[in-house]
Design a protein around this ligand. Structure first.
Ligand code: 8YV
Length: 308
C-alpha cells in the first residue's frame, strides 16, 4: 500500500524517524513543491509555536488532520480548520507537570538569584559574603493568570511553599483560591505574577504597562505561556527602569531571535521555550502525535482531540 503523505511544519526531532518510517514526509523547511504535492497531503504535524497558517492550509485541499506536538493552538487558523472539517489533536495532559515545574524553577531562580550565584562562584571571587542578599519565596503572594490544568498544577506546588494564591481566569474555578477578575488588581496584590494562560487574540498584551506598574518595583513576572500575552516593549522598559524587580521568561516575541535588550538585563532569568523539554515528556508528546495520526487513519477516535 502506498504510504500516506504528510506535511511536517517543524522538525519534531524525537519522532522524525518514526514519521519517516510510516509516512511520506514533506519537510516544510526544505521548501517542498506544494503546488505539486499539496493535493496529496492528508495530515499536518506541527508544534505549538509554529502552528498552521491560513496560507499553508490553502495549499492543502485534502488535509484531514493537524497533529500538534504541544498544547498551544494559538498559531493554528482554527476557524479555517473548523470550516473545512479538519480535525485537530494536541498533546493535552502529558506536559502539564513539566510546565508547572518550569514556572516554579524560574520563580525560585529569579527570586534567589540562582543563575547569578552560579556565575559568581565560577568567577572565582573568594569573597562569598559579598554576594547580595536575595528575596524569600516561601509564604509570598502569587497571582496566577490563567487557571487551566497548568495553572492548577502550579498552584499545587505553590501551596507546598505556603504561598497565598489568587488568580485571574475567564471564569471562577472550583478551587480554594481567591478569584480576582481584574488583572491590574491581581498584579497589585501579588509578589509574583505568573502567566499560564493560553495565547491568542483574546489574551494578546493583557499584561501591559499598567499591569506591570501595578506589580511594582518589588514584583516579579514569570511567563511560561506565550510571549504574546505580554506587551514586550512595556516589559523591557519596566525591567530597564526597575519599575518591576525582575522577570523569569520561557517565552518571548519573535522566538528564537528575541530582542537583544534581554541579554543586557541583569534582572531576568531566560529559558529557551523549554518548559515541556524533558526526555520523559517529549517522548510522551511524540507518542501522542504519532498515536493521533494513526488513530485518524485507522478510522478510530483521536486519543487527545481538541474540542473547538
Ligand atoms: C512546544 C508549546 O510545543 O505546548 C506548547 O504549546 O509551546 C511547547 O510545548 C514545544 O516546545 C515544541 O516546540
Amino acid at each position: 500500500m502506498n504510504k500516506i503523505e504528510i506535511l511536517a511544519l517543524a522538525p519534531l526531532a524525537i519522532i522524525s524517524k518514526a514519521l519517516e518510517d510510516q509516512y511520506v514526509v514533506h519537510r516544510f523547511w526544505e521548501n517542498p513543491d506544494l503546488e505539486k504535492h499539496g493535493p496529496n497531503i492528508r495530515a499536518i504535524a506541527t508544534n505549538g509555536p509554529t502552528g498552521v497558517s491560513a496560507s499553508v492550509l490553502e495549499k492543502l485541499p485534502a488535509v484531514e488532520i493537524i497533529s500538534v506536538f504541544g498544547v498551544g493552538v494559538d498559531a493554528i487558523d482554527l476557524p479555517e480548520a473548523k470550516r473545512r472539517g479538519i480535525a485537530v489533536a494536541t498533546t493535552q495532559g502529558v506536559l502539564t507537570d513539566d510546565v508547572a515545574d518550569q514556572a516554579l524553577a524560574l520563580l525560585i531562580a529569579l527570586s534567589r538569584q540562582t543563575v547569578a550565584g552560579d556565575q559568581f562562584v565560577r568567577s572565582g571571587n573568594p569573597s562569598w559574603s559579598s554576594f547580595p542578599l536575595t528575596r524569600r519565596v516561601t509564604g509570598k503572594k502569587v497571582g496566577i493568570l490563567g487557571l487551566g490544568s497548568i495553572g492548577k498544577a502550579l498552584a499545587r506546588r505553590l501551596m507546598a511553599l505556603d504561598m497565598t494564591i489568587s488568580y485571574t481566569n475567564r471564569k471562577p474555578a472550583d478551587v480554594p483560591f481567591q478569584f480576582v477578575p481584574d488583572i491590574e488588581k491581581l498584579a497589585a496584590d501579588s509578589d509574583f505574577l505568573i502567566i499560564t494562560a493560553s495565547g491568542g487574540e483574546s489574551s494578546r498584551h493583557i499584561v501591559n504597562a499598567r499591569v506591570l506598574d501595578a506589580l511594582g518595583p518589588k514584583g516579579m513576572l514569570i511567563n511560561v505561556a506565550r510571549g504574546s500575552v505580554v506587551d514586550e516593549e512595556a516589559l523591557i522598559s519596566a525591567l530597564e527602569n526597575r519599575r518591576i524587580a525582575g522577570a523569569g521568561l520561557d517565552v518571548f516575541d519573535n522566538e528564537p531571535r528575541i530582542s537583544p535588550k534581554f541579554f543586557t538585563l541583569k534582572n531576568v532569568v531566560l529559558a529557551p521555550h523549554a518548559a515541556s523539554g524533558t526526555v520523559e515528556t517529549r517522548e510522551a508528546m511524540g507518542k501522542l502525535v504519532l498515536g493521533n495520526l494513526a488513530a485518524h487513519f485507522a478510522g478510530e477516535p483521536l486519543l487527545t482531540p481538541l474540542d473547538f
